[in-house]
Design a protein around this ligand. Structure first.
Ligand SMILES: Cc1cc2nc3c(=O)[nH]c(=O)nc-3n(C[C@H](O)[C@H](O)[C@H](O)COP(=O)(O)OP(=O)(O)OC[C@H]3O[C@@H](n4cnc5c(N)ncnc54)[C@H](O)[C@@H]3O)c2cc1C
Length: 398
């Protein structure tokens, strides 16, 4: 698969330079190491150190807070490159990116000045926590509660599936501050909870051992158990004005997160295609290389076409956000299409590998386990279709 044509995507030379540096890093540092980290389910500290040097954690953070001030479009294309190397690495970045986006959009100036410079260097990395054991899609059904106690909030409840739950130093956490509110979202608040990275017990917060997953290994996904855990009232995103605004703030974070997941889908699918076409040249059946069989050619043609289409949808969604337009429909379409496309393309690449695709010796096996995660994270395909339809119907009304 030819990599994206930056010229056709109308990128500025500086954007191209940054993306080429990311691509070099992926080739040199991620692809050769991914298999061993993944097999051991080990967090890739060495890769993260390199990402920090590249400035990835501050990619979209404004320069005045120590970041690179890049737009969502460049960020998404960088994520495509990184996910092509190993999807888990893009997962380490995604919740951090969501968290920093929420601070930029909804934080007070004091919160931005205090937190964004630390996030820009990757010294503090962010996590994002809405889901609970009994609810994921139905966010308004959360039960975790934070009770005001003078200058503090006391949090009780359980969070589930928190990517980067242990190693993060800041967790954007959705809680109920008014459990009786009607509608429920009006009583929800986002707390930016600072914690010691890597420490499983602190105050009233316990982080149980990481969940075991089909794929998406190397990056930890955990529960967070709050038992009367105290945080300062200054943790409320947006200060006092942010009380009761948490649901909308989290949704704005998820919206940009969807562009990230779409970009990941393009990256993983691009890698699957590359592996498939390489294998189709190496393997011979019935006296000729696989790629000379028309059935295989059709698969390759369909795979490449879908990847290009998904990238265009992703870039279109990112550009809409960059231009300050509402983009729930666009990010929903990109996330829905790219994640479904990724699963299909990976499966076709797996089929092209025949029996060897089932062997852990071949990279496609890892991609086959990683791809389904994209159907779930940042909202399932069913939820994306609901969002797309709701948005389209509202636009039709005018
Ligand atoms: C590896 C991993 C990492 C994750 N990381 C995070 C994280 O960092 N932070 C975080 O907050 N969450 C995270 N999640 C949680 C993820 O966002 C949820 O799993 C997801 O939103 C789906 O929620 P659920 O699992 O509760 O499924 P449910 O909501 O129970 O849905 C079950 C099924 O029913 C369908 N469904 C539900 N409601 C409807 C409806 N109204 N109409 C039609 N179909 C419907 C769904 O599409 C799905 O197919 C992660 C999940 C995984 C697997």
């Amino acid at each position: 698969m030819t990599p994206p044509d930056f010229r056709a995507l109308r990128l500025a030379p500086e954007q191209e330079d940054i993306l080429l540096a990311v691509r070099d890093f992926v080739e040199g540092e991620i692809i050769p190491r991914a298999a061993s980290f993944e097999a051991a389910d080990r967090f890739p500290d060495e890769i993260v150190a390199g990402l920090r040097e590249l400035g990835i954690f501050g990619f979209t953070i404004p320069e005045r807070y120590g970041g690179m001030g890049l737009d969502l479009t460049t960020y998404c294309l960088a994520i495509e490159e990184i996910a092509r190397g190993w999807m888990s690495v893009s997962g380490i970045i995604n919740t951090h990116f969501i968290c920093s986006s929420m601070l930029q959009l909804s934080g007070t100036e004091e919160q931005r000045e205090r937190l964004l410079p630390l996030m820009a260097t990757g010294e503090v990395r962010g996590a994002f926590s809405m889901t609970e054991p009994h609810c994921g899609s139905d966010v308004q059904a959360i039960r975790s509660v934070a009770v005001r106690d003078g200058d503090e909030f006391r949090i009780s409840g359980q969070k589930m599936w928190v990517t980067n739950g242990l190693r993060s130093g800041l967790v954007a956490t959705l809680v109920k501050t008014d459990p009786d509110a009607d509608p429920p979202h009006a009583g929800m608040t986002c707390l930016m909870i600072s914690k010691e990275p890597g420490v499983a017990e602190q105050g009233g917060l316990t982080i149980p051992p990481q969940l075991h997953k089909l794929g998406y290994r190397g990056v930890e996904t955990t529960e967070l158990v709050f038992d009367d855990h105290r945080v300062p009232a200054s943790a409320v995103l947006g200060g006092e004005a942010g009380i009761g605004q948490g649901f909308q703030q989290m949704m704005s974070g998820v919206e940009v997160g969807r562009a990230n997941v779409a970009a990941r889908g393009v990256g993983v699918a691009r890698r699957a295609y590359e592996l498939a076409i390489r294998y189709a040249h190496e393997r011979e059946t019935f006296g000729k290389p696989l790629h000379r069989h028309q059935a295989i050619q059709f698969k390759l043609a369909e795979m490449a076409t879908k990847i290009e289409a998904a990238r265009l949808l992703t870039v279109q969604a990112a550009r809409a956000k960059d231009e300050g337009r509402r983009a729930d429909v666009e990010t929903g379409m990109a996330k829905y299409f790219a994640s479904e496309m990724c699963k299909e393309v990976v499966e076709e690449a797996f089929r092209i590998h025949g029996g060897y695709g089932y062997s852990t010796e071949y990279e496609i096996e890892r991609l086959y386990r990683d791809a389904p995660m994209l159907l779930i994270g940042e909202g399932t395909s069913e939820i994306q279709k609901t969002i797309i339809a709701r948005g389209l119907i509202a636009r039709h009304r005018g």
